[in-house]
Ligand binder design. Structure first.
Ligand code: SF4
Length: 263
């Protein structure tokens, strides 16, 4: 059972240090997709509503606040998914998009094919990129790592439909856990309908203690690569080679170990 907490905020655009992005917008905080590696679960330190994935705050005045005009690139969202299931009824993301200045340089990232509902609004923006997180988790891994988001097949289908509608798209391949995400077939399957990729290696620090325990106990050989500086560097080199052959415009590789690097 998800607890929905309706709140109001003083501002909706927040300055960020995310490379290439000036502001983030989070009309929701919290996410019912409940991915076990989610980096945003640090929000539980401030929001005392319980375990990550069991609550959502919805900023009900976000559609009003978003009328403010900001200069710079805006990313939606950093501590939630703008198309998590609650959005189907609440339509907060849709109202935000309706009211936002259509000259805003906007970057949307989601794991849900509910994003297709808003294609009509995406077409009004002068500079927009819509990304879906994709990976190759299936069966047991999907249940353990991403229990609630739609399947990867649904996300790939969403990217295909967005592209058919002339919306600029990107595939956010994340989190890359050595041996558990099969990059080459994923790129081969998707490169026809994504403009570019951002590939992010698992960030074990942000994924938290429980996720690390899960990986150590259930996937010790995969975990060992993430924990060993030399092996992890070798793995990054393999990933770079695969990306070099992707055939799309300059893929970005984000890696968090031993220190953050954007390649
Ligand atoms: S969809 Fe994104 S924000 Fe939501 S739980 Fe998963 S990783 Fe976190």
């Amino acid at each position: 059972m998800i607890e929905l907490i309706k709140t109001s905020a003083r501002r909706i655009y927040t300055r960020t240090r995310i490379p290439g992005i000036d502001y983030v917008i989070n009309q929701y905080v919290g996410c019912e997709h409940a991915c076990t590696y989610c980096y945003a679960k640090f929000m539980c330190r401030w929001k005392k509503h319980g375990k990550w994935g069991s609550w959502i705050e919805a900023k009900m005045n976000a559609p009003e606040l978003v009328k403010e005009i900001v200069n710079g690139k805006v990313a939606m969202s950093s501590v939630s998914d703008p198309y998590q299931p609650v959005e189907k009824k609440l339509e907060l993301t849709r109202q935000v998009l309706e009211n936002m200045d259509k000259h805003t340089r906007l970057d949307i990232l989601t794991k849900s094919d509910l994003v297709l509902r808003d294609i009509d609004l995406f077409k009004e923006f002068k500079a927009i990129n819509v990304g879906l997180t994709i990976n190759t988790f299936k069966g047991r891994e999907k249940e353990l790592f991403e229990p609630n988001p739609p399947s990867n097949e649904a996300r790939l289908r969403a990217l295909r439909i967005l592209k058919k509608n002339n919306i600029p798209t990107y595939g956010f391949i994340s989190p890359v856990i050595p041996g558990l995400v099969d990059l080459e077939p994923l790129i081969a399957e998707s490169r026809g309908f994504v403009d570019y990729y951002i590939v992010e290696m698992i960030n074990m620090n942000a994924a938290g203690h429980e996720f690390k325990k899960l990986l150590v106990e259930d996937y010790p050989r995969n975990h060992e690569i993430t924990a060993n500086k030399e092996k992890f560097r070798e793995f990054i080199e393999e990933v770079k080679k695969i990306l070099g052959k992707s055939g799309t415009k300059a893929p970005q590789l984000i890696t968090h170990y031993p220190k953050p690097i954007v390649v």
